[in-house]
Design a protein around this ligand. Structure first.
Ligand SMILES: [Zn+2]
Length: 173
């Protein structure tokens, strides 16, 4: 069942790649009318990345979900973070960086996620005693590792979860 789905998705991805190439050819061919069709180019490009992430996630879903914690990513923004979670030797000096902020369900969940990250670098828990239902985790990344941060966001979005295995997969990007 799962393998059939993966095969179907891969066929779908091949079709989508062909459509993406056709749009690009049209953009080149009809240069003076390129603007109104440029959006489609981006649509297929984003779709292909998202489809690839879904395929990878389904292929390894048991493994990726094994230790998962609910994590509702709010997307990538800019905020003050203690370093990059993907850098081997980054300092934990707090500075303005690209980051994922996400809602989590409890302070304990946040503390667990922090334990997964080596030296707790690049990650902060925003827990306010007066707002106990508004708990967020922030994960920072340097500019060099923005693609890994994007991948992490996309993988977390699939099931609104995070796990050490999901972080590892993003880090392999
Ligand atoms: Zn980095």
């Amino acid at each position: 069942m799962k393998n059939n789905l993966i095969n179907d998705l891969k066929i779908f991805k091949t079709d989508m790649s062909m459509m993406y190439q056709r749009i690009n050819l049209m953009i080149k061919k009809y240069k003076e009318y390129a603007n109104p069709i440029k959006g489609l180019d981006g649509f297929f490009e984003t779709g292909l990345i998202s489809l690839q992430n879904s395929i990878e996630f389904i292929e390894h879903s048991d493994y990726l979900q094994k230790n998962s914690i609910v994590f509702r990513s709010r997307g990538i923004g800019l905020d003050y973070c203690p370093g990059c979670i993907f850098c081997e030797n980054d300092s934990n000096e707090i500075r303005l960086m690209k980051n994922i902020s996400a809602f989590i369900e409890s302070k304990e969940d946040g503390e667990q996620i922090i334990k997964w990250i080596k030296d707790n670098k690049g990650i902060t828990l925003d827990f306010r005693v007066n707002e106990p239902d508004w708990i967020q985790i922030k994960i920072g990344s340097c500019d060099k590792h923005e693609n890994k941060l994007k991948k992490l966001h996309q993988l977390c979005m699939i099931n609104n979860t995070i796990s050490p295995e999901i972080i590892q997969l993003a880090n392999n990007e």
